[in-house]
Design a protein around this ligand. Structure first.
Ligand code: ZN
Length: 101
């Protein structure tokens, strides 16, 4: 669903009905994160600052290396952003983590 909000010279608020937003309360849709700025509910991205990435290797008989496992530890802040308008949606980040499977 695409919500078009005009950002013309008149910053007048759009009249109700001119923007098509589903406001009905649905137990399944109620926990969906929707960007309050652009209405996007499909694309999001997360940025983790200061990630410490540890990769374990074993050295083979011929001197080559084979990676065994990756371990990433996030040291800094993790933020959630809207994939459409790049708004900071970190206020929804806890819910995002709850719903991450
Ligand atoms: Zn957005």
């Amino acid at each position: 669903m695409t919500v078009a909000i005009s950002k013309g010279k008149n910053s007048q608020k759009a009249k109700p009905g001119s923007i098509h937003i589903h406001t009905q309360v649905n137990p399944h849709l109620g926990r969906r994160i929707i960007c309050p700025h652009c209405g996007n509910e499909w694309n999001f991205y997360q940025i983790a600052e200061e990630v410490k990435l540890t990769t374990r290797y074993v050295q083979n008989a011929d001197g080559s290396f084979t990676p065994l496992s990756d371990d990433s530890r996030i040291l800094g802040e993790v933020k959630l952003y809207c994939g459409e308008c790049q708004a900071d949606l970190s206020e929804f980040h806890n819910r995002f983590l709850e719903m991450l499977f």
